[in-house]
Design a protein around this ligand. Structure first.
Ligand SMILES: NC(=O)c1ccc[n+]([C@@H]2O[C@H](COP(=O)([O-])OP(=O)(O)OC[C@H]3O[C@@H](n4cnc5c(N)ncnc54)[C@H](O)[C@@H]3O)[C@@H](O)[C@H]2O)c1
Length: 273
């Protein structure tokens, strides 16, 4: 189904990342992937030893997971907070004559959730708000901008990002700060769908997925009792990462006339309450 296609997969931290399930399914369907991981790039400045060690470990874990799960696959460092890093990454794909048929945005970060405790909205600082917004939402615009600028994204490409029901509803485990970023990510999806559909025939969609504790981000933010509550409230129970992967691959199919959609892969949770 995806033969002769190549997709950019962001957001792999380890083998349990949702993005890894998508990458595996793309390869299974005959496509190729380029994977990016968070690490120390030549554009990072004034990093503390602690931050450097964290980023280096993150990149080593990412590389090992990609090698173990996907075999011989192209890997690159990408920190979406650094414009220069995004630009040089897009340039390097262009120099290698790599053309992309789409990309998965699976990146989120919110420092107001620590040890599964969510900071009240009223106490969120400007830096905390803007950092979360930058990494988790604005990065979709910037990444797409540089991929287009360097002529890496093909005409008719498909872009998909990962969201969560908290973008629209206060749920049984309100996320506060990151919910605002997810709402922005969804609105960006719709605005880009209109703009890029007309200019490049590019499709842009987002998927709201069930709570999933298997990943680093999920494990850092969710409690088992929240996942159990969602399991009970969802008519089909929580969706699995493989369900998400099938839906992303569906949206990645060439020549599909679906864009500007905020889809649910959540076992029907969204129709309840
Ligand atoms: N786990 C869940 O319950 C759940 C549910 C719905 C949606 N999502 C979304 O799915 C996506 C993937 O999350 P996951 O659960 O697989 O967790 P994960 O921890 O495996 O992935 C999050 C990724 O974001 C990356 N990241 C953070 N800051 C970055 C930066 N500055 N530059 C580049 N990359 C950066 C991390 O390196 C990591 O790979 C996120 O957008 C998340 O909000 C997760």
């Amino acid at each position: 189904m995806l033969s002769n296609t190549t997709f950019l997969i962001t957001g792999i931290a380890d083998k349990h990342s949702l993005a890894m399930y998508v990458a595996k399914e793309i390869i299974k369907q005959g496509g190729k992937v380029v994977c990016t991981g968070l690490g120390v790039s030549e554009h990072h400045e004034n990093l503390s030893e602690k931050a450097k060690a964290f980023l280096n470990k993150n990149f080593e874990d990412f590389k090992q997971a990609v090698y173990d799960e996907l075999g011989d696959t192209s890997v690159e460092i990408l920190d979406v907070t650094l414009d220069e890093n995004i630009a040089s990454f897009a340039r390097s794909l262009s120099n290698k004559k790599i053309k992309l048929n789409g990309l998965l945005h699976a990146i989120a970060m919110d420092k107001t959730i620590r040890n599964k405790e969510v900071k009240p909205m009223i106490d969120v600082t400007k830096d905390e708000f803007c950092d979360t917004m930058n990494v988790s939402a604005y990065s979709l615009i910037r990444l797409t901008h540089y991929l287009l600028k360097h002529d890496v994204l093909e005409q008719g490409a498909s872009i998909c990002s990962l969201s969560y029901i908290a973008a629209a509803k206060v749920t049984f485990h309100p996320y506060r700060n990151i919910s605002i970023a997810k709402a922005a990510l969804e609105r960006i999806t719709i605005e880009l769908a209109d703009e890029l559909g007309r200019s490049h025939g590019i499709r842009v969609n987002a998927i709201r997925f069930s709570p999933y504790m298997g990943s680093k981000a999920g494990n850092a933010t969710l409690n088992q009792k929240d996942v159990n509550t969602s399991e009970k409230l969802s008519p089909l129970g929580n969706a699995k990462p493989s369900d998400l992967a099938y839906e992303v691959v569906h949206l990645f199919r060439p020549n599909l006339s679906i864009t500007g959609e905020i889809r649910h892969v959540d076992g029907g949770y969204n129709i309840t309450g």
